[in-house]
Design a protein around this ligand. Sequence first.
Ligand SMILES: Nc1ncnc2c1ncn2[C@@H]1O[C@H](COP(=O)(O)OP(=O)(O)OP(=O)(O)O)[C@@H](O)[C@H]1O
Ligand SMILES: [Mg+2]
Length: 268
Amino acid sequence: MASNTSTANSTDTVLRTENLNIYYGNFLAVRDVWLDIPKHKATAFIGPSGCGKSTLLRCYNRLNDLIESFRAEGKVYYYGKNLYAPDIDPVEVRRRIGMVFQRPNPFPKSIYDNITFGAKINGYKGNMDELVERSLRQAALWDEVKDKLRQSGLSLSGGQQQRLCIARAIAVQPEIILMDEPCSALDPISTLRVEELIHELKEQYTIVIVTHNMQQAARVSDMTAFFNVQTTEKGGRSGYLVEYDSTEVIFNNPKQADTRDYVSGRFG
Ligand SMILES: Nc1ncnc2c1ncn2[C@@H]1O[C@H](COP(=O)(O)OP(=O)(O)OP(=O)(O)O)[C@@H](O)[C@H]1O
Ligand SMILES: [Mg+2]
């Protein structure tokens, strides 16, 4: 048996991506991705704009299904189960694999209702007050909002709103949290708070984070995948995975020259 040098293979794999090609209509947006996401680690996706980081991330919770022209070839396995098999319910997938977006997007409801919304839909039978407190504590927001739970989520600062969105994602007890540039609309202090939070969340959740901030990728992630874009024979520009390894290797001793150029800021 061939020995595997990738640390991803020595850990439990939660998501396995095999030979994945993602299209919007005839446009091949991302090609031939093979990538294993390890359990209870943070994996960062980095690469230039348009290389398909968000597109790939959205494949992991079937959010691309909402885009009419979207089509995927290949396999995405969640604990060995093909996420695109006909008997899979995308709503259930999204409960287990939550998402936090670039712009904080609380519902126009109270802080309390933002947290309980998903739980109610899922028929949660536990104590709602406890769920609200636990989720807000896990998202490091409880102390700041415990006296104003009935206020609108939109009344919070941007950094607080993003932590509210993280609390909302946690409240439905997902296994994986996908984060697409979760700090890009935040100030440096709020960014650091979210990064600390990611460190804590990893103990219970698997995190996949897209970021344009190299320092952030280096600080928060265990594994890093570097993607790039390349002009194809047909003249389109498809994204592809250049290199995937431990964050340590990607930042200090990458195998590919393109990776080295990108992480050191000498790119494009
Ligand atoms: N809904 C869509 N319909 C058609 N093409 C799309 C759609 N969403 C993304 N694309 C295209 O797919 C490619 C990858 O886009 P994607 O948003 O995944 O890149 P990204 O790496 O997340 O970029 P950024 O860093 O700017 O967020 C781009 O060429 C983009 O124009
Ligand atoms: Mg994106």
